[in-house]
Design a protein around this ligand. Structure first.
Ligand code: 5AD
Ligand code: FES
Length: 343
């Protein structure tokens, strides 16, 4: 296994058979793998960990993904939307706490027309010209993506979830297509966004072959950001009977992605912190270099429940910032407040 990890370290690639072996190896390989991944990250980004302020501005969603707690079919969930003014208040609070990236994330909610979103993006951009605006609002037309870019957004997060058509169709209703998801990602790239994609580790029916396909897809896309976390069960979804994904495999994939995409920005996700109290610290040590604490108003946080037992839903923004700073320091890294662009 050392040979495979050394090849991955030296060439930033592996053949399918080697990936398969590495993904299925027993956990004794992780110490060396994580050490190599951490070394590679330090060559490029040092010990810096970038801070992104997450603003979950709507939990309305027109989609019905089988795994997600805010799917439209979940009638038990109370829905909310933030106004432009409320979003600006979140940014203001975040700016004071040192945030220089705002991630506007939400369900696919057509209440936010292109025009209204451009107005929001424009207002944030005008007020905080030294900050990066990241969007995470799902699939839209290329013209819409272009309009958001012109209004001041520079990064876009859209996980492909799985590159395999059959697997994709087992996670989503038939009106959603993996081809459209991929098309959106390439369009975002063409427009000039820094693009983030990724998967849920251990989503129902996922196989090692699926993950190999995910890696190959990502090598074609060449994303600047890679978001991965364990799949976590939500009781009010059709997938409530499936088990959550594994912490160990998630960490191993973070390390593999760090070695394959050495320059990428990889968050230690909230899902990682949910599956294990020190999950985010472990993620950093396996090669992650971003944290995304929540800036959403506390009163709405418990309603943005993609999965069960999500952490930080009762905290206010200042406490999350402090908590994460402590966690990052304890893991041996340094939280930095710079804009944190792709190097
Ligand atoms: N468990 C873990 N991650 C989830 N997401 C959605 N639902 C879940 C879940 N049950 C992830 C998806 C989506 C991102 C915003 O959250 O990958 O792209
Ligand atoms: Fe929110 Fe720890 S990051 S309380």
């Amino acid at each position: 296994m050392k040979r495979i990890i050394d090849t991955l370290y030296e060439t930033a690639d592996l053949n399918d058979e080697d990936i398969r072996q590495l993904l299925e190896a027993d956990f004794s390989v992780d110490e060396y793998l994580f050490q190599r991944a951490d070394y590679r990250r330090q060559e490029i980004y040092g010990r810096d960990v970038y801070l992104r302020g997450l603003i979950e501005f709507t939990n309305f969603c027109k989609n019905d993904c089988y795994y997600c707690g805010i799917r439209r079919g979940n009638r038990t969930l109370e829905r909310y939307r933030l106004t432009k003014e409320e979003i600006l208040d979140c940014c203001n609070l975040g700016y004071g706490l040192g945030y220089r990236t705002f991630v506007l994330q939400g369900g696919e909610d057509s209440y936010y027309t292109d025009r209204y979103l451009c107005e929001i993006i424009g207002a944030v951009h005008e007020k905080y010209p030294d900050c990066a605006i990241t969007l995470s609002i799902g699939e839209r037309a290329k013209d819409s993506y272009q309009a958001f870019f012109n209004a001041g957004a520079v990064r876009y997060l859209l996980r492909h979830e799985t590159a395999d058509k059959t697997h994709y169709e087992s996670l989503h209703p038939k009106e959603m297509s993996p081809d459209n998801r991929k098309k959106c990602l390439f369009e975002l790239k063409e427009i000039g966004y820094q693009v983030g994609t990724g998967i849920m580790v251990g989503s129902p029916f996922q196989t090692t072959e699926n993950i190999i396909e995910d890696i190959r897809f990502m090598q074609k896309l060449n994303p600047e950001m890679i978001g991965i976390g364990p799949y976590l069960t939500h009781p009010d979804t059709p997938f409530s009977c499936y088990e959550s994904g594994s912490l160990k495999l998630t960490l191993r994939l973070i390390a593999i992605f760090r070695l394959m995409f050495p320059h990428s920005l990889i968050p230690a996700t909230t899902a990682l912190g949910t599956i294990h109290p020190e999950g985010r610290e472990m993620g950093l040590k396996a090669g992650a270099n971003v944290v995304m604490p929540n800036l959403s108003p506390t009163k709405y946080r418990r309603l943005y429940t993609l999965y069960e037992n999500k952490i930080c839903t009762g905290e206010e923004a200042g406490r999350c910032r402090g908590c994460l700073e402590r966690r990052v320091n304890n893991a041996g890294y340094k939280l930095v407040t710079s804009i944190g662009n792709y190097i």
